[in-house]
Design a protein around this ligand. Structure first.
Ligand code: SF4
Length: 358
């Protein structure tokens, strides 16, 4: 049976001995804002990917008030390539809310933290435990894996009721004096020792109490129902040129990839040829008449809920004023200014295929 004594103490002692070798953005920082930024960036994203974004962000927006007054385009540009852009928009809105409601200082209780736009259970628990020492368990993929292996949990960890059960069990086990060390220890143990493949059980501080290590079926846990294959869409886009300028469109703020800029285009419909689909999409989205030029190339990209194959062409403007039928804003910009706007990753991959016009 797991107890605070045999679970929490072993974990906390292990973490204290190893923490210097396990650097993670924001962790060990006493600045609650730094912890907030880092924990949002770390959701669904590897530590090594987050580091340069985190350092750049803290240099650009060193305080909640500096983020609150920043321009949204600049905020999204700072997040470009990190994915899940709603996180950046929410941090920005959250900073404005904290500035207006809490005088620029993060509140110190979970119910108040949960009032901040974009702050969900995980982020509130992270700020509460890591910044303010409140014993709130933190549940991420690493924690779910470790805990389900230690307990040989046969319930599906993808279900919210399983997560709720694990949260309440960990609330009994968390070290009330050192909640930050407990939470970080559990997450780091999952990241560096109890890895998805080939966990290093010999080096693990929980080996003696781990049920799946004892029964030697570690990799049967966690149990997770297989997801359906992701839908795959074929997309065409056009880099429409008018003189020295190209048309970019801003996606509506509240949708997928909201607030990012992109080139006009869309999905190929069943039975439709790529070129015909592009001319149709450009007409529908912008109202422009264009001539199709040279094909730029094709890329593949996977988002969380779907995959795309995207092909792009240069197009020459013939006639018409650009409309905002599917966007919130249009701009004609010089090619050399592309890097001042935030684009979705798939558009960036297309831009990488182009040699800048001379
Ligand atoms: S003993 Fe092995 S399976 Fe159990 S928690 Fe440690 S690393 Fe994971």
């Amino acid at each position: 049976m797991l107890t605070r004594q045999n679970f929490s103490n072993k974990l906390t002692t292990w973490f204290q001995a190893k923490r210097a070798h396990l650097p993670v953005p924001g962790r060990g920082d006493s600045n609650p804002y730094a912890i907030w930024v880092a924990e949002v960036m770390l959701q669904q994203t590897q530590v090594t990917t987050v580091w340069p974004y985190y350092e750049n962000w803290m240099e650009k927006y060193p305080s909640i008030s500096s983020l609150a007054v920043a321009d949204q385009d600049q905020v999204l540009k700072s997040w470009e390539g990190l994915g899940y852009y709603s996180r950046a928009r929410n941090l920005h809105r959250g900073a404005q809310y904290v500035t207006d409601t809490f005088n620029g200082k993060l509140p110190e209780t979970v119910p108040e933290l949960l009032k901040i736009p974009g702050v969900g259970t995980y982020t509130a628990a992270a700020i509460a435990s890591l910044a303010f020492g409140i014993p709130e368990p933190l549940i991420d993929g690493n924690v779910l894996r470790v805990y389900s292996r230690v307990t040989r949990l046969t319930a599906d960890i993808g279900l919210s009721k399983t997560k709720a059960t694990i949260t309440s069990e960990l609330a009994q086990l968390i070290n009330p004096e050192q909640p930050a060390e407990f939470n970080q220890g559990l997450m780091d143990l999952g990241r560096v020792i109890c890895t998805p493949r080939n966990p290093d059980c010999e080096s693990c501080p929980l080996k003696k109490i781990c049920l799946s290590a004892r029964t030697e079926d570690v990799e049967s846990f966690p149990v997770k129902e297989k997801r359906k294959p992701l839908p795959h869409y074929h997309i065409v886009i056009g880099l429409i040129q008018k003189g020295d300028y190209f048309l970019i469109q801003k996606r509506p703020v509240n949708g997928l990839l909201g607030g990012l800029w992109e080139f006009p285009g869309g999905k190929i419909e069943r039975g439709e040829k790529s070129e015909a689909a592009l001319l149709r999409e450009i007409k529908e989205e912008t109202g422009l008449d264009v001539d199709l030029g040279k094909k730029i190339g094709t890329i593949n990209h996977a988002y969380t809920h779907f995959k795309i194959t995207m092909s792009a062409w240069f197009c020459d403007w013939i006639a018409g004023e650009a409309q905002t039928n599917a966007s919130s804003e249009n701009k004609w910009i010089h090619f050399s200014d592309m890097n001042t706007y935030a684009f979705p990753k798939a558009n960036l991959k297309i831009l990488e295929l182009i040699s800048p016009p001379t």
